[in-house]
Design a protein around this ligand. Structure first.
Ligand SMILES: *Cc1c(COP(=O)(O)O)cnc(C)c1O
Length: 374
């Protein structure tokens, strides 16, 4: 019995490998490996796809978040509101920029930041809100932008998991002031290595981002601020240009996989399925994450995960420990119980195999194993 992985990039490569190989070999033969026309072309294609005036490539989604904060002038003494239920990079880059992450609990059904709790967290130091479109599911950006505009706050969208997701006909990453994308291989648009980009409309901010990613330099060897070295290399750009052409097709495939899971898992007790994304949202389905109910301390969820593994099905826990309970963030002064929804969800979530190439038979095996485990 073969193993069903959470994501199988080998199957994707089998389908588009010939195109990828040719593009990579032509970069190798070109002798130009950093910057150059291939990187600029990808930046333009990606901006067009997302619906912004520009995209600035960089080395990772983490760097994209950092660059966004820097170009908006956010640093020491500033606060940025975000969620405790996300990958560490979201809050980590707020800290790296010198600002303070201020956390707000999540909704129990979408796992995204609870918009009703944002206003109470705003202080005179608040400069921005950093929503995360977690697992590919879009935040209600209409409501979030109206909160931000009413309080004169910037919005930095963490779109690491939401390439292709939409809210009200607009792609995530085009609605806030800056969108931050990761091209880590497991993301919806993933390279064969690290990569990232920010998307934005303001040409002055674009120029600043290019300056910050280039050691704080607009003219070579003349440095105006402390920057970083964060480049999207030509090999990754060539690969991403090809994969971008397939992104919508893959998202449609993920939607079909999600629809099939909704049917297959409909009547299993003790689980909560992802709530269908209400119009006008469109999920990118980076993950298909269920909740194992009646698992207050995580033990039932962990037992289900172990049983799936025995059946050859690899599931993942995103994320087992909320940010406010992480060792690194003890100095923020939060304690257990501060974000009850996040804490409960972190004991219950289980992300089951989700990728466009998974077969109906494999999904049936997942459903069967889940039923048996419960
Ligand atoms: C992956 C991810 C990042 C970081 O992206 P990298 O390319 O791995 O640096 C940031 N935020 C979220 C929500 C992510 O999932």
């Amino acid at each position: 019995m073969s193993t069903i992985p959470p994501l199988d990039l080998k199957r994707q490569y089998q389908m588009i490998g010939a195109e990828i190989d040719a593009a990579v070999l032509s970069v190798l033969a070109s002798g130009a490996y950093i910057g150059g026309p291939g990187v600029q072309a990808f930046e333009q294609e990606f901006a067009k796809y997302v619906g912004t005036a520009d995209a600035v490539g960089c080395n990772s989604g983490t760097d994209a978040l950092y660059l966004a904060l820097k170009i908006l002038g956010i640093g020491a003494g500033d606060e940025v509101i975000t969620t405790p239920f996300t990958f560490i990079a979201t809050a980590e880059m707020i800290s790296a920029a010198g600002a303070k992450p201020v956390l707000v609990d999540i909704y129990p059904d979408t796992y995204n930041i609870d918009l009703n709790k944002i206003v109470a967290a705003i202080t005179p130091q608040t400069k921005a809100i950093m929503p995360v479109h977690l697992f590919g599911r879009p935040v209600d950006m209409t409501a979030l932008m109206s909160i931000a505009n009413a309080h004169n706050l910037k919005v930095i969208e963490d779109c690491a998991q939401s390439a292709s997701a939409e809210w009200a006909g607009q792609k995530t990453g085009s609605i806030g002031h800056v969108g931050c994308f990761s091209f880590f291989p497991t993301k919806n648009l993933g390279g064969c290595g690290d990569g990232g980009a920010i998307t934005l409309n303001d040409p002055a901010w674009s120029a600043d981002a290019r300056m910050y990613r280039e050691h704080g330099s607009r003219m070579r060897y003349y440095h105006e601020v402390v920057g970083i070295n964060s480049r999207l290399d030509a090999v990754q750009a060539a690969i991403l240009s090809i994969k971008l052409r397939y992104l919508d097709k893959w998202t449609t495939g993920r939607q079909e996989v999600a629809d099939r899971y909704q049917q297959l898992l409909a009547n299993i007790p003790h689980i909560m399925l992802p709530k269908p994304t209400p119009a006008p949202g469109k999920s990118a389905w980076n993950q298909y994450t269920i909740r194992i109910l009646d698992s207050a301390d995580g033990s039932r969820r962990d037992a289900v995960r172990a049983k799936l593994q025995e059946a050859g099905i690899i599931s993942m826990i995103y994320y087992p420990l909320p940010l406010h309970l992480q060792e690194v963030y003890q100095d923020l002064g939060y304690k257990q119980g501060d974000f009850p929804v996040t804490e409960e969800v972190s004991h219950q979530v289980l992300s089951i195999p989700m990728f466009p190439e998974i077969t109906a038979e494999e999904q049936e095996r997942v459903a069967y194993a889940l039923k048996a485990a419960l």
